[in-house]
Design a protein around this ligand. Structure first.
Ligand code: MSP
Length: 505
C-alpha cells in the first residue's frame, strides 16, 4: 500500500519556531511508522514563498522577494533536519517546476468552466492572506485570528466557483465520515459549508509576487491555491524523470487548526474542479501554547526548539511535544514542563530501564542475551505485551499519536515494575535461581527491544542506538515477535543523561 503524508508548507517571512516543528514531527512519526510497516511511503514538507507579506518584508529589508525567500527558506529546511524529519522531498513554491504544474492545473479548472472574471469587494487580512466572510470579521472590522484591522479591497480578478461545490462537498462529508479528523474539526468544517459557500478569488492583480494566470498574465494566482497545489505538484518532479502522482496520490494532510477552511473546503473543491482525486484524510491538530514564561533549571524561560535540540537532542523534543499535549487538542508547553518529563520519563523510566537491562545482560550473562520463553506474567492485562503491536498500529491509523505513545509507555512502566518485582540482583546470588534469572533477563531484553522498535517512529536516534546495542538490525515491525536469545550486546552511554543545571554541564 502507498502512504503519502504532508505537512503545511511554511511561510518564510517569519523565523521558524516550535509550532512549525510540531506539524513536521507529527507527520514524520506517521511516515516512519508506516515505513516500519513496510508501506510505500512518501513524506513531503516545504515552504510557501509567494504572497504580499513576502513582498512587504522584502521591501522593509531592501531586498527583492526572491533574495528574501532564498535567504529564509534554508532556515526552514535546516529545522527539518534538526528535528530528525525523514522527508522524501522539500518543496519550495518558487521552484520553476511547481509554477509550471500550478499553471497547468489552474488552466484545467478554467477549461472545465469553474472560473469567471468579476469585481471583488470585501475585507482582507494580509496576515491570513484571506478574504473574510461576514462571520469571520471581528469588532471594528478586525481579523478574529490576528486581531489586526482588515483591509478594504476592491479589485478586478478571477473567481473560482466554490458555490457550485456546495452539494459535492456535502456529499463528500456524508460519504466519508473520516475525511476530516478529529470529529470536532469535521463539524467545524461542516458548519462552514452549511452556512452556504460563496465564490472565492482565484487571482490577484499583478505587482503581487506569485505565479501568473496562464490565460491572463496580468494577474497572479491567489497564494492559497498556489500553496495548496504543492501537495500535487511535488509528486510530478520530486524524482528526476519520474512522475510519482499515480503511485502516491491522494494524500493524508496533517495541518494546524488555523488553516482548516483552506484544506477541508477550498482544497477538495478545487481538486474536484481540476478532475483530481480528493485527499484521503485531513488531520487537524491543535496549537502548542507557549505563552507562559517560567524559568527552568537549564533552558531559561522559552522553549526554543534549536536550544532544546542542542542540549537534549531532537528525540527529547519530539517525545515532549506529543507526550505533554494530546495530539488534536491545544495544550501548554514550557521549559520547566519539558525538564520534568525529560527527567522523570526519559532519563528515569526509559533511559534507566535500557541501561539496567544492558548492564544485567553484561554482568549476569557475559554480554549475551540468554534464551528463554516469554514470561506469561508480562503478556496479559491492560498493560500487557500481548497484542501491543496491533494496538499501536490501530491508534496510529487513527492519527492518535499521543494515545499510541501512552500505550507504549504503559509497557515501559510495566517493565520497570517487572525489574522491581523479580529482583534479578537477588536471583544472581543463588545458582539454583539461574534458570529464573535467564527468564527475567531474556524478557527484559525482549521487552526493551520491542518497545525500542515501536518508539523508533517517535525517537529514531536513541531507539536506533538502543536497537544496535541489542544487536537488532531490523527496524520493521514484523521483527516484533519473540526472538531467540544468543545475541551479543554492547553497553552504551545513557540514552538520556541526567540534567545538569546550566553552567555546570
Ligand atoms: N503557509 C501556510 C500554509 C500553507 S499549506 C498549503 C501557513 N504557514 S505558517 O507557517 O503560518 O503555519 C503553518 C503551520 O504551522 C500551521 O498550520 C500549524 O500547522 C503550524 N503552527 C504554527 N504555529 C503553531 C503552534 N503554536 N502550535 C502548533 N502548530 C502551529 O499557514
Amino acid at each position: 500500500m502507498s502512504y503519502y503524508v504532508t505537512t503545511p508548507i511554511y511561510y518564510v517571512n517569519a523565523e521558524p519556531h516550535l509550532g512549525h516543528a510540531y506539524s513536521t514531527i507529527a507527520a514524520d512519526i506517521l511516515a516512519r511508522h508506516m515505513r516500519q510497516r513496510g508501506e510505500d511511503v512518501f513524506f513531503l514538507t516545504g515552504t510557501d514563498e509567494h504572497g504580499e507579506p513576502v513582498v512587504q518584508a522584502a521591501e522593509r529589508q531592501g531586498l527583492t522577494p526572491q533574495a528574501l525567500v532564498d535567504r529564509n527558506a534554508p532556515r526552514f529546511e535546516e529545522l527539518v533536519g534538526q528535528i530528525g524529519a525523514s522527508n522524501d522531498f522539500f518543496i519550495r513554491t518558487t521552484d520553476a517546476e511547481h509554477a509550471t504544474k500550478v499553471q497547468e492545473i489552474v488552466q484545467r479548472v478554467h477549461d472545465n468552466g469553474h472560473v469567471y472574471e468579476g469585481m471583488y469587494e470585501g475585507w482582507y487580512c494580509p496576515r491570513c492572506a484571506d478574504f473574510k466572510s461576514e462571520a469571520e470579521i471581528g469588532p471594528h472590522n478586525t481579523c478574529l485570528i490576528h486581531e489586526i484591522p482588515l483591509e478594504r479591497e476592491q479589485q478586478e480578478n478571477w473567481f473560482f466557483r466554490l458555490s457550485t461545490f456546495q452539494e459535492p462537498l456535502e456529499r463528500l462529508f456524508a460519504d466519508r465520515p473520516d475525511f476530516v479528523q478529529p470529529e470536532f474539526r469535521r463539524n467545524e468544517a461542516l458548519a462552514f459549508i452549511n452556512q452556504g459557500l460563496q465564490d472565492v478569488s482565484l487571482s490577484r492583480p499583478k505587482l503581487s509576487w506569485g505565479v501568473p494566470l496562464p490565460w491572463d498574465p496580468e494577474q497572479v494566482i491567489y497564494v492559497w491555491f498556489d500553496a495548496l497545489l504543492n501537495y500535487v505538484t511535488a509528486l510530478s518532479y520530486a524524482r528526476d524523470g519520474e512522475d510519482l502522482t499515480e503511485r502516491f496520490w491522494p494524500a493524508n494532510h496533517v495541518i494546524g487548526k488555523d488553516i482548516l477552511k483552506f484544506h477541508t473546503v477550498y482544497w477538495p473543491a478545487f481538486l474536484l474542479a481540476a478532475g483530481l482525486e480528493v485527499p484521503r484524510t485531513v488531520y487537524v491538530h491543535g496549537y502548542l501554547l507557549m505563552g507562559e514564561k517560567k524559568m527552568s533549571k537549564s533552558l531559561g524561560n522559552v522553549l526554543d526548539p534549536v536550544e532544546v535540540i542542542e542540549r537534549f537532542g531532537s528525540d527529547a523534543l519530539r517525545f515532549y511535544c506529543f507526550r505533554e499535549v494530546s495530539f488534536g487538542q491545544d495544550g501548554s508547553v514550557s521549559a520547566p514542563g519539558f525538564e520534568a518529563r525529560y527527567e522523570s520519563e526519559l532519563a528515569n523510566d526509559w533511559g534507566n530501564l535500557a541501561s539496567r537491562t544492558l548492564a544485567m545482560i553484561d554482568r549476569y550473562r557475559e554480554g549475551v542475551v540468554p534464551d528463554a520463553d516469554p514470561d506469561p506474567d508480562l503478556l496479559g492485562g491492560a498493560d500487557g505485551f500481548e497484542g501491543l503491536d496491533g494496538r499501536v498500529r490501530e491508534q496510529l491509523d487513527a492519527f492518535a499519536i499521543t494515545a499510541a505513545l501512552e500505550t507504549i509507555w504503559a509497557r515501559v512502566r510495566r517493565l520497570n515494575r517487572y525489574v522491581e518485582e523479580s529482583k534479578p540482583w537477588e536471583l544472581a546470588k543463588h545458582d539454583s535461581q539461574s534458570e529464573r534469572l535467564d527468564l527475567v533477563v531474556y524478557n527484559l531484553a525482549e521487552g526493551v527491544r520491542v518497545l525500542a522498535l515501536l518508539l523508533h517512529a517517535y525517537m529514531p536516534e536513541t531507539s536506533g542506538r538502543l536497537l544496535e546495542a541489542l544487536a537488532e538490525g531490523n527496524r520493521e515491525l514484523d521483527a516484533f515477535g519473540a526472538r531467540d536469545g544468543g545475541q551479543r550486546i554492547e553497553r552504551i552511554a545513557a540514552l538520556f543523561p541526567k540534567l545538569e543545571p546550566q553552567g555546570t554541564a
